[in-house]
Write a protein that binds this ligand. Structure first.
Ligand code: ZN
Length: 473
């Protein structure tokens, strides 16, 4: 059905050109980097663009002011640029406020991020919701800085009323039932996460537009978290037709193909993907649904409960170069992106061929046990803003980054402010509780599903109740 194999050279060439044109752009959750990127994608095939004004309320979240950046650098006392945004957009903490000052090494060190465990990589860091500034550099460069010097730091950025940009296109099939294809456009210069996802998204959209299809396919490209939450809040009704979907993320790395399951594990999406991967007889890794993954947790939140799966080549969290400058154009390839695209084509073919019995839900009916504890989320449409309640770090990019301090995620401590830290296992517990606070899943059951101790679940529940994010049923 999907005539793609014959066009492999053309697809690979198109992907190569897109990689080259899009890689250098400094994307973020708002601003001209996103607009420029989407306009490059629209040259391949057109889709609709929407702008959501700054400060618009979207469920528990608010669209932030728009961020744009012209330049950023650190100069030593001889006037030599030792860190230069022109050379790599990862050098500036994404969403940094403007600054132009001369400071001591000790004061500068407070604003520098480096990764000692990957000393020649620049880490990717963000500060979307806390007005702050910072730089990222390789650990090798950082340790060579002269501690007795003063440094001139400049970030020529702006944070002003503007808007957040997203794109979408609905391919109408015979049926109103929809499959979602989602991706995110907020990451600056990194190849696998998530330039590869963006490129696959547009190539699949172009391919499917020319097919006669039974199901409808909705393509959505938006910044991660706030962009998809904005999309959901503005398109709540449209989501009623969605029977499942995919997030296109990390699709062109060197590792074998892997599948990140939907929260259900047995939805139409899981059946199609696992069916295709099993038939292909090639080796693959099957990952259970992880509450820390991307926008699945919003589309699958209690109000929507749309099952979303992800097929990866070098999955987020799993590769050493994740969220660093070494996730570059050498780390990915158009041939491997094409391989993932072929897999998606087979999956689409399988979904198109499914018959009614494949859609029968095999959900376990949960009977209420009056001895157990049930809670309701007060933000059922999406995961609420934990950072606004002091329950999540304000500096973004290092959650589950394998080489961040080289610790096991659950034991890892993340800084909230100068005196408060939160460990990974508590973040996990809170996220799972919010996800399952649907009045039907007890804390006891959440503990079983997640293999987190009941004591931990109880402690995290207390934090969420005091933050007014859940209430007892
Ligand atoms: Zn990422």
């Amino acid at each position: 059905m999907l005539q793609i194999r014959q066009n492999s050279d053309e697809v690979i060439r198109e992907a190569d050109n897109l990689f080259r044109d899009l890689f250098p752009l400094c994307r973020s959750i708002t601003g001209n980097g996103v607009r420029q990127s989407l306009s490059i994608l629209r040259k391949i095939t057109d889709f609709n663009i929407s702008e959501v004004p700054s400060r618009t309320q979207c469920y528990d979240w608010v669209i932030p002011d728009e961020w744009n950046i012209i330049d950023a650098y650190i100069e030593d006392s001889s006037g030599k640029k030792i860190v230069d945004f022109e050379k790599n957009s990862l050098h500036v903490v994404n969403y940094s406020i403007p600054i132009d000052t001369t400071i001591s090494f000790n004061d500068l060190a407070e604003h520098i991020n480096a990764l000692p465990s990957l000393p020649d990589a620049i880490p990717y860091r963000t500060t979307y919701y806390k007005r702050a500034w910072g730089f990222c550099m390789t650990h090798n460069e950082y340790k060579n800085l002269d501690k007795n010097q003063h440094y001139h730091v400049v970030i020529d950025s702006s944070l002003k009323l503007g808007s957040l940009t997203y794109g979408e296109y609905l391919i109408r099939g015979e049926s109103e039932k929809e499959i979602l294809f989602l991706t995110y456009c907020c990451h600056p210069s990194m190849g696998n996460d998530n330039l590869s996802g963006l490129v696959l998204w547009i190539l699949l959209l172009k391919l499917l537009k020319n097919q006669k299809l039974h199901y409808s396919y909705r393509f959505i490209v938006a910044p991660e978290t706030i962009g998809h939450i904005a999309y959901l809040s503005q398109n709540e009704k449209a989501m009623k037709n969605a029977i499942g979907g995919f997030i296109l993320s990390c699709v062109a790395g060197p590792d074998k193909i892997s599948y990140h399951q939907t929260f259900k594990g047995n939805s139409i999406i899981d059946k199609a993907v696992l069916g295709v991967l099993d038939e292909s007889k090639s080796d693959y890794t099957n990952y259970m649904f992880d509450i820390n993954s991307g926008d699945e947790k919003h589309y699958s939140a209690p109000f929507f409960r749309i099952p979303i799966g992800t097929i990866c080549k070098s999955k987020f969290f799993e590769y050493d170069f994740y969220h660093t400058s070494k996730d570059d154009l050498d780390f990915i390839s158009s041939e491997r992106l094409f391989e993932t695209m072929l897999t998606y084509c087979r999956i689409i073919e399988k979904i198109e061929d499914f018959n009614a019995s494949d859609f029968v839900s095999v959900d376990v009916v949960q009977t209420r046990n009056n001895d157990e504890h049930y809670y309701i989320s007060l933000s059922p449409h999406c995961e609420p803003r934990l950072g606004a309640r002091g329950l999540y770090p304000n500096l973004g990019g290092m959650i589950k980054q394998k080489l961040f301090k080289n610790h096991h995620y659950h034991d890892q401590k993340y800084k909230i402010d100068n005196t408060t830290y939160i460990d990974g296992i508590t973040i996990d517990a809170m996220r799972w509780i919010l996800f399952y606070s649907d009045g039907k899943t007890s804390l006891e059951r959440i503990s079983k599903i997640t293999s987190l101790s009941f004591e931990l679940i109880q402690n995290a529940t207390k934090k969420l109740v005091s933050a007014n994010l859940i209430r007892k049923e």
